[in-house]
Design a protein around this ligand. Structure first.
Ligand SMILES: NC(=O)c1ccc[n+]([C@@H]2O[C@H](COP(=O)([O-])OP(=O)(O)OC[C@H]3O[C@@H](n4cnc5c(N)ncnc54)[C@H](OP(=O)(O)O)[C@@H]3O)[C@@H](O)[C@H]2O)c1
Length: 300
């Protein structure tokens, strides 16, 4: 594949979008940020900012001249942003884009059972199915990261952790290993995938910052804060079932319990390092949990 030089990020103002832009700039890509017309987002002067009404014509115009399009579409948007990725792909094909990276960045959605555990993953699975059917026209790379670690820590109560209150609920004893990737590391992984586009084309790419457990996080947090964290106990089944019941009642935020349950092993889709990580192949160093938490807590 010819070298990737021009990269457009869709949903550029979000968590992953901003991290991707930072990493792409570090790698000297020419970066374009695409947002909706109503978005107030601003970007560094070196980033070209385009707005779109997401019509086919507007997308094709925005994508023309781009080698790669990265979608970081939100999964929490009531507008069904994830489902709209098919029109992004069609526009990317029409504009002769070489690579499309769909909005993934979670548990292993290459397993078709994933949407049983987190319902919106059905849209992610459909998107990659569609990309697979278009491989003669465009390549794809789906980046799987497990738990987006600092995103979760930033939501008091998510997955049992409440850092400001110094409390945690430990589920099923706290020794369940899972993959955790910080937001910046997700951005770096995306940039590295495009640097190594020959290696990553038409692949699920598995990366992390570290493999960890709740008990390891607890120990590291107590070490870096010098404070004891108050613990209570719960079960993964209760966590996931409670979230699923809320979703069924129409409480969208219940999905957070389902996500946390999936991270802590429900479905066994957040523990993929045993199958082999791409970090080394991509030149993406893992991170140290304790060092990361030290910086995280200091910045609070
Ligand atoms: N594994 C984990 O723990 C974890 C955690 C968080 C996210 N994720 C995944 O990472 C991906 C990106 O999530 P994120 O947190 O970065 O997203 P986000 O910050 O919630 O949103 C990203 C951007 O999407 C755009 N957007 C929202 N609704 C839209 C719509 N209806 N149409 C078009 N654009 C829309 C917005 O951009 P503008 O308003 O500027 O246009 C927004 O800034 C998702 O696939 C999500 O599932 C995983």
């Amino acid at each position: 594949m010819a070298e990737i030089k021009h990269v457009l990020v869709v949903g550029a103002s979000g968590n992953v979008g901003r991290a991707a832009i930072n990493a792409l700039l570090e790698h000297k890509f020419h970066v374009t940020a695409l947002t909706r017309e109503l978005s107030n987002a601003t970007f560094a002067a070196s980033v070209k900012h385009l707005k779109s009404d997401y019509s086919e014509a507007s997308l094709v115009e925005a994508f023309t001249g781009q080698d790669a399009v990265i979608s970081t579409m939100s999964s929490v948007s009531p507008g069904g942003a994830l489902a709209s990725q098919r029109s992004l792909i069609d526009a990317a094909i029409a504009a002769r884009v070489k690579v499309f990276c769909p909005s993934e960045f979670g548990i292993d959605s290459s397993d078709r059972s994933a949407s049983t555990y987190i319902p919106f993953l059905a849209d992610k699975i459909d998107t990659v199915d569609y990309l697979k059917s278009q491989e003669d026209k465009i390549s794809w790379t789906a980046v799987i990261t497990g738990c987006m670690f600092d995103w979760g820590l930033n939501i008091p109560g998510f997955a049992g952790w409440n850092i400001p209150a110094r409390t945690v609920t430990i589920f099923d004893g706290g020794d369940i290993p899972f993959e955790a990737t910080n937001i910046d590391q997700v951005g770096k992984a995306l940039a590295k995938c495009l640097v190594h586009a020959d290696l990553t084309q038409n692949q699920y790419v598995y990366v992390n910052s570290f493999t960890t457990t709740q008990n390891e996080i607890l120990q590291a947090l107590e070490q870096v804060t010098g404070e004891s964290i108050t613990t209570s106990e719960g079960t993964v089944d209760e966590l996931w079932n409670d979230g699923a019941a809320k979703v069924k009642e129409g409480q969208g935020l219940g999905v957070l319990g389902m996500i946390a349950g999936a991270i802590y092993g429900k479905g066994n889709l957040a523990r993929f390092s045993s199958k082999g990580l791409w970090n080394e192949k991509l030149g993406l160093p893992q991170e140290d949990l304790t060092e990361f938490l030290r910086k995280y807590v200091t910045a609070q």
